[in-house]
Design a protein around this ligand. Structure first.
Ligand SMILES: NC(=O)c1ccc[n+]([C@@H]2O[C@H](COP(=O)([O-])OP(=O)(O)OC[C@H]3O[C@@H](n4cnc5c(N)ncnc54)[C@H](O)[C@@H]3O)[C@@H](O)[C@H]2O)c1
Length: 281
């Protein structure tokens, strides 16, 4: 029976993941190496819950009870007695593998280690542990409290039991789970990211301004948000990391990250979180 959940990484995704588990009644321990990220996560979770209260979708009591189920810590060692883990640290294979190896050493052997990775091989993460059957991908969408999809990724060695537990958890969170195989980018980013990358090429080549490209995709294709607005929202560093995984993993030049994307990331123009991307914030 899963009652306590450890969420590692308190950035854009980790704080949303912690919020939805706490709202669903789980006791959540949110861990990040950076105390300021934990402080910011608590504030943004409280703000998000308060918006639900203002819209009449949550009572003030439920908001307070949800906050009371959430604790934060800078040390992963506090997760020794946890029932389930979701990792949401930086999109870097070596950083994730190192974390999975250290978690494997002290987390109970029956505990599933899930990763929110957008593109990194689940099989590779599983191989960094002694429990590859209990390592899977649980890919939430941004913003987590609003988006109902969770892409569940089965690594080469992931067991049916682990996939079943993850599906049941998604149902408890009110999310719809869709299963994907362990190929670079899985389903969501295999299809989405090349479109975003192509939109960036179109900016670079002067085919259209960011506003023109976003308007074409919104009004012409009925997308709720243009690809460049979405890229700024996701974070251009995250987009570059995902394109690099697609390019390296699939080997096809059609996946090469756009040079303009590389240049913007090198300049620290990461989108919404840095104050500047294709648009100013
Ligand atoms: N941003 C998105 O839209 C999106 C969507 C789906 C999935 N993802 C995936 O979610 C993961 C997190 O992305 P994000 O956008 O939240 O990143 P982010 O940069 O906002 O946050 C990452 C956090 O991890 C922390 N961190 C780094 N190394 C750590 C470690 N070893 N232990 C504990 N904390 C550590 C950092 O301090 C930071 O707070 C990535 O794998 C990303 O690909 C992102």
């Amino acid at each position: 029976m899963i009652k306590t959940v450890g969420v590692i990484g308190a950035g854009t995704m980790g704080n949303g993941i912690a919020q939805v588990f706490a709202q669903a009644g789980f006791h959540v321990r949110l861990v990040d190496v950076a105390q300021p990220m934990l402080d910011r996560a608590r504030q943004s979770i409280e703000r998000s819950l308060t918006k639900f209260v203002e819209k009449g979708k949550l009572s003030a009591d439920d908001r307070d009870r949800t906050m009371a189920r959430l604790s934060t810590n800078t040390a992963i060692e506090g997760l020794g007695d946890i029932d389930y883990i979701v990792e949401a640290i930086v999109e870097d294979a070596e950083a994730k593998r190192t974390l999975f190896t250290s978690l494997d050493a002290f987390v109970r052997p029956d505990v599933i280690l899930a990763s929110n990775t957008s593109s990194i091989s689940i099989t590779l993460l599983g191989a960094a542990t002694s429990r590859p059957d209990k390592v899977l991908g649980m890919h939430f969408m941004n913003p987590v409290p609003l988006m109902t999809l969770v892409e569940l990724i089965r690594g080469q060695a992931t067991s049916d039991d682990s996939m079943r537990s993850a599906r049941e958890l998604c149902a408890q969170l009110g999310k719809t789970a869709v299963e994907a195989a362990d190929y670079p980018g899985f389903i969501a980013n295999r299809v989405l990211m090349p479109m975003i990358n192509e939109a960036i090429y179109a900016v670079m080549e002067g085919v259209g301004t960011p506003e023109a490209i976003d308007t074409v995709m919104k009004l012409g294709m009925n997308h709720p948000m243009g690809p460049l607005t979405l890229a700024d929202f996701i974070g251009l560093d995250v987009c570059l990391a995902i394109m690099t995984v697609l390019h390296d993993g699939l080997g096809d030049p059609k996946y090469r990250p756009c040079p303009l994307l590389r240049r913007m990331v090198a300049a620290g123009q990461l989108g919404r979180k840095s104050g500047q991307g294709f648009y100013p914030y």
